[in-house]
Design a protein around this ligand. Sequence first.
Ligand code: FAD
Length: 438
Amino acid sequence: MDFQGLTGKVITPSDKEYQILRLEYNRDINKFPLAIVYCYNNTDISNAIKWCKKNDIPLRIRTGGHNYEGYSTSNGALILDTTYMNNVEIDEKNDIVKIQAGARLGKVYSELAKKGYAFAGGTCPTVSISGLTLGGGIGLSCRNFGLTADNLLGLEMVNAKGASITANNHENPKLFWACRGAGSGNFGVATSYIFKAQKVSKITIIELRWDNESMEDFVELWQYWLKTADNKISCFAGFNKEGIYLNGFLYGTKAEAKLILKDFLSLPNLLKNSSIEYVAFIDAIKAISAFYDPPNKFKATGRFVYKPLSRKDLRKLVQYINNSPGIDECFIRLYSLGGAIDDIPNNQTAYYYRKAEYILCITADWEEDEVSYEYKNWVEKVFRFVKPLTNGSYVNFPYAELEDYGHEYYGKNYYPLKEVKKLYDPTNFFKFQQSITL
Ligand SMILES: Cc1cc2nc3c(=O)[nH]c(=O)nc-3n(C[C@H](O)[C@H](O)[C@H](O)COP(=O)(O)OP(=O)(O)OC[C@H]3O[C@@H](n4cnc5c(N)ncnc54)[C@H](O)[C@@H]3O)c2cc1C
């Protein structure tokens, strides 16, 4: 293949780094792209788009490579990777930050923290700002500040013609609307984002742990508690055969946290390694980041919960966990929503499921390929059980097996999104397994 015309750093199968650089965070994805082009600027991106068109080669856009189903790669495709465009520029006078598309969350948080700002991002330090924002972005600040995408003031993109464009409330407003919840890989290559930034000093980090006795009670309490929980608190919780965890940030003091969480603190068998601490924002981020293991093979997906699951359904869910394969590899995880997220109407951005109370996530990870079928089958079984009890799926927790994915990810925003697709990508150049179709 002749790679003439591509600029930036081009990695092909004959380069020794190819075998590592072709991998996604999910090591179960094992694809062999034609080449990878690391872009340093908009011209490199534009050249990659034109090269793909000229040579009739499919393009995949990648940054952090954390897409669960590997939608940022494909056999025989050119991967356009924006990793090296990763500046974080803070404008303290206006409390805004310009973040280039390649920045990982770890860098975003630490640069902002140096100037005394928090950020409404996710919890994993190696997820990139791009996939996170373009799909919505939930985290331990989302009930307080909204989704990552809700804090977005505008973005820059290279479109299907290879031209640089800006999208905000004044320029290309429909594209801006679409990129807040449905922008990943669908309309163009995002190159930078402008966000509001929030000044903060200390917050309270919550890390509570229980043994595996009270799973049903825990989820019942979680559902009841979330209905009236203070917007200043956001939590990610979960349970497996071994036990239960609840991690959270409260934009308030330790005493307030203890009061807000008093019902959780009185659940039986709270373990000694539980803690509630008032710390600098960046220390809270670092503590949560430490929760992540190195990349592994996994299958995961999530559903939006609008209506609390009944005690009977919770019992069934716990049975699925108790009968799951392995020792501690299968989890049900719960991500709190509500608060500032549902202050915005469903049609104001492409992110649709704003009235959901939480996301219920089903995850399994493994090491050996021989057992992958068993773990994937478990996720599928639990998914089939949970689906009729819930409404819609979060596009940042994609599931290849999802039927009618357009409506499942975007609800009633799907048809307006198709209109935006027609306007900005009329030849359907930006496509992947679950992209927005014309
Ligand atoms: C360990 C882990 C922890 C996570 N934690 C959270 C969390 O706390 N909150 C949350 O909301 N989500 C979380 N996620 C999900 C995460 O938000 C999505 O996987 C996200 O899409 C990853 O973005 P990425 O750029 O890292 O991945 P990629 O695989 O590189 O990209 C994801 C998607 O975005 C597209 N894309 C990438 N870069 C660009 C670009 N520059 N322009 C246009 N499209 C682009 C890709 O084509 C692909 O479709 C987590 C995922 C993992 C694996």
